[in-house]
Design a protein around this ligand. Structure first.
Ligand SMILES: Cc1cc2nc3c(=O)[nH]c(=O)nc-3n(C[C@H](O)[C@H](O)[C@H](O)COP(=O)(O)OP(=O)(O)OC[C@H]3O[C@@H](n4cnc5c(N)ncnc54)[C@H](O)[C@@H]3O)c2cc1C
Length: 592
């Protein structure tokens, strides 16, 4: 059975050595003293490793069940949810006035990563509720906020997002669910939604569905879509639960992974709903939820890679097979542990650099959100908007790849269910698909985000890289191993952007054929920047006489591996991008 050790040491390094949170100007960060964050992370880590992680294989084996419209979650899920509720873990970063704890998103992200690594299916019930609550907070009326948010903060009522229909997932302009206006200001919602995560279950008193639907007479396509609040149980004026609404679960899906999370067909048969935000501006309101969810899904990719890596590492230390080619490392035993073999080390290091580098990127992203929300910092807001598709697409693609590598370290045992590695691979796979499949993230990045505000945000990103390199010129520890490769990779990213500018207008296929490579090129440059910054932080800690020298020395060594072995992927991505549209579009569809 796999185990999970909360990576609290690494998280403390990121918050205090890298982001230096307690010296930051972000409002509320002065409360994040090392002792305080250590206490929160330790407590959350305990819940992750002792409560949620043991339930992960249970959820995988049992899955959810569906009988007469009722969905039951796996054994132990409901009690665990009650424990999180009782401890106030369900709304760390929501405002205090609505029952949250008003903590920075950064701390919520650290806790979320641990819960998600320990049990992705379980954590989705809370994660979707948080996303729905954020959308209500941003777009709801005062009455809507007062009615729904306190109950959603405690997860007594959970939330969902309802976009997908049988005939449309990516192209939501095709959606058919209708919302008929009623005299009392409510709407009757009719239609079918599919693949709705946490759509029906037995862990909460009420479920608040956020549903995209079309008000008759509005514009065609994406411009005529509005967002509605549709509760499973209608809420009386005094806040108590009233009648059952006309929304029901038609079935739950059998699927490859995340068996503990119910994926539901939801039927709306004239269900009562209320407009959230402005009429016909539903996509904008839903994007509040989707942007948050996209970062959350990026986190899922990272989290599954982390737990898979931890277990692969433990296995590689214990499993005895073959001898080190340079001489026996375990002469008294029948063979050496797997970790002596260069190819096993390659796989473990690929995982280690990804989880540590990806976590740095995720935390940096969380800091940008705090900066944008708490300081109304427009630059941070623009930068996180640019980086959201990179964080979602790159971290989930690479996260999945790393779970496969972790499985590979186990050889045949990785393929056998008993060892639990297969679940990580299966659970990680969905993150590449939902919240906008990764191809759509790449399209969003190249087609929309790059040129947003006349390219201001991508220029800001290049400015950050350039400044970092300049400020550290002449630093012998960094220059050759970190700054030179970062400079080269960043130039390649700029060249790719130039290629799109020169060719994309004439032939949009030339840009879109390279969009996926661009997303990965961008992701690598982000990780190159993160590793360079972490190397500097480690160097400074060592120079300042930190006691934990092995931790910081390992950071520097690990970073060198990233810069030497993974970052050069940028050259390949640029070559592919510069090959343009022809290799991809030349072959006629009938010749495939
Ligand atoms: C387990 C699970 C949970 C889910 N949870 C939810 C949920 O809670 N709420 C919800 O609303 N939905 C949910 N979904 C739906 C999910 O978000 C969609 O499946 C996803 O957005 C893709 O839509 P689709 O399946 O219709 O694929 P399609 O839209 O048919 O796309 C198929 C493929 O074509 C690609 N593609 C489509 N258009 C283009 C284009 N213009 N250019 C390039 N490539 C393109 C896509 O990237 C994809 O690879 C869930 C799905 C699953 C499997």
């Amino acid at each position: 059975m796999p185990s999970y050790t909360p990576p609290t040491r690494d998280m403390q390094f990121l918050m205090h050595d890298l982001l230096k949170v307690s010296q930051s100007d972000v409002a509320g960060y002065d409360e994040l003293a090392p002792d305080f964050t250590a206490a929160v992370l330790e407590e959350a880590g305990k819940l992750a490793s002792e409560l949620l992680s043991p339930l992960n294989p249970v959820g995988d084996r049992q899955g959810c069940s569906f009988e007469n419209g009722v969905v039951r979650t796996p054994e132990g899920f409901k009690d665990a949810f009650d424990t999180l509720r009782a401890g106030g873990w369900t709304a760390l970063d929501l405002p205090e006035e609505y029952g949250g704890q008003n903590m920075p998103v950064l701390l919520g992200t650290a806790v979320g990563e641990m819960f998600s690594a320990a049990n992705q299916s379980f954590t989705m019930y809370n994660g979707l509720t948080h996303g729905a609550a954020s959308a209500i907070l941003a777009h709801g009326s005062e009455a809507q906020k007062a009615t729904y948010l306190p109950k959603m903060a405690t997860c007594d009522w959970t939330g969902t997002m309802n976009l997908t229909e049988p005939h449309c997932g990516t192209d939501l302009g095709l959606l058919r669910t209708r919302a008929e206006p009623q005299e009392d200001g409510s709407y009757k919602i009719t239609g079918q939604k599919i693949f709705i995560s946490s759509g029906e279950h037995d862990m909460a008193e009420n479920i608040i569905h956020l549903v995209l639907a079309r008000i008759p007479g509005g514009p065609e396509g994406i411009k005529g879509i509005s967002l509605f609040i549709v509760p499973k149980f209608l809420v009386n004026d005094d806040g108590s639960l009233g009648e059952r609404n006309a929304v029901s679960c038609g079935k739950i899906e059998e699927k490859m992974g995340i068996h503990g999370n119910s994926t539901c067909v939801m039927d709306y048969d004239g269900a009562t709903g209320w407009l959230l935000g402005e009429r016909d501006k539903g996509m904008r309101a839903m994007f509040t939820m989707m942007n948050e969810a996209r970062l959350g899904v990026g986190m899922q990719g990272l989290a599954q890679a982390e737990i898979a890596y931890q277990n692969a590492l433990a296995y590689a230390r214990e499993r005895l097979q073959g001898r080190a080619v340079t001489g026996a490392a375990n002469p008294d035993g029948p063979a050496d542990p797997l970790i002596v073999h260069p190819d096993i080390r390659r796989m473990l290091l690929d995982q280690k650099i990804f989880v540590e580098g990806g976590r740095a990127l995720l935390f940096w992203g969380a800091e940008m959100i705090d900066r944008a929300h708490r300081m109304e910092d427009a630059e941070a807001d623009g930068l996180i908007s640019l980086l959201t598709p990179v964080i979602k697409g790159f971290l989930t693609d690479q996260g999945f790849e790393m779970t496969v590598l972790a499985q590979q370290v186990y050889g045949g045992h990785g393929y056998i269910e008993e060892w639990g590695m297969s679940q990580f691979v299966r659970d990680a796979r969905i993150a590449m698909i939902y919240e906008g499949a990764n191809g759509i993230q790449a399209l969003d990045l190249v087609g929309r985000k790059l040129a947003q505000d006349s390219g201001k945000h991508v220029m800001a990103f290049f400015g950050i890289v350039k400044r970092f390199i300049k400020e550290n010129e002449g630093n012998a520890t960094l220059e050759k191993d970190f700054l030179d490769p970062l400079k080269e990779a960043s130039k390649q990213l700029q060249s790719a952007g130039m290629f799109f500018m020169q060719h994309g207008m004439k032939n949009p296929d030339a840009a879109l054929a390279g969009s996926y490579d661009f997303m990965h090129l961008f992701g690598h440059v982000c990780l190159g920047l993160m590793w360079s910054k972490m190397a500097l932080a480690a160097q400074q800690a060592l120079e300042n006489g930190a006691s934990d020298t092995t931790f910081y020395e390992a950071k520097l060594m690990t970073g060198r591996y990233y810069m030497a072995r993974r970052l050069p992927a940028t050259a390949m991505h640029l070559r592919r991008i510069e090959s343009g549209a022809d290799p991809v579009m030349g072959l006629k569809a009938e010749l495939f």
